[in-house]
Write a protein that binds this ligand. Sequence first.
Ligand code: AQP
Length: 332
Amino acid sequence: RPRVLSGIQPTAGSFHLGNYLGAVRQWVALQETHDAFYMVVDLHAITVPQDPAELRANTRLAAAQLLAAGLDPERCTLFVQSHVPEHAQLAWVMNCLTGFGEASRMTQFKDKSAKQGADRSTVGLFTYPILQVADILLYQAHQVPVGEDQRQHIELTRDLAERFNARFGDTFTVPAPYILKETAKIYDLQDPTAKMSKSASTPKGLINLLDEPKATAKKVKSAVTDTDTVIRFDPEEKPGVSNLLSIMSTLTGTSVEDLVRGYEGKMYGALKTDLADIVVEFVTPFRTRTQEYLDDPETLDSILAKGAEKARAVAAETLAQAYDKVGFLPAK
Ligand code: AQP
């Protein structure tokens, strides 16, 4: 079975619809066909300030949401990044192979540090993509299911894997991004030219899966569209309507063409009302299942402990090879 690896940050508490449609949904599907490793990336989370108690609670919450979304610990390896120390260890090696200029070209860092003010950004935020490189290479992943915003980081991973292999001999699998075109980027409901994002979206533009379903329905119904009335898929001219169609298509499994045909002669209001119902139908059981996992922290923690053990077996082996290739003296 080919291997996949991906991660999600335990930052804002609730996942948003972009996280789910862009990434987590694919994770659930891939556990059936791939040897899948998924993690809650708490080391990444502390690249921006976190309250310790909240970080701990949000780490459990992220794991609970992944299980609620359909990850099955019997079918995949689910773990917390900080439980596997090899991530930080390999990241150091990768830091030493990355050019300063190369790291400076990462657009996510540029965007986030511009927003925070360069002086307030941490070195951790700067090296975030290199930790991500280590995350992926440790598991010899063939594919990395992510949203479009992560494409550049996967490119960096490929470059560094090739660089290491060329310099020290074949060690790492060179991974490919796994990005589904339809859901590569879910847009902000109020600003459909911007990515739906927990840090950049306004509350009205962001669908948090754990929010009160009624409030979520209201947000969908007040999504920004345009002054035209025709429902068609045209991301350039009609980004708002197209975003709603993409979301509906993925959540229902109906193709965008069929949806457009069904809405012929109808107004935007009909599309929004139907989508609001569809989203509510999805989030309602998701919230209940998440709460059930949270209500039983012992089971949750033991799932994560078993996952970490499985992950560590793989990660330790890769790290040992990398350390040996680099020329570190083995500890006796
Ligand atoms: N809008 C989106 N459309 C499609 N995929 C998305 N992802 C995030 N936003 C969208 C994908 O979700 C996965 C987890 O991402 P993360 O843990 O990096 O989450 P994040 O970056 O904290 O989420 P945001 O909202 O993107 O945060 P900020 O605002 O901090 O940048 C990834 O695979 C990502 O591609």
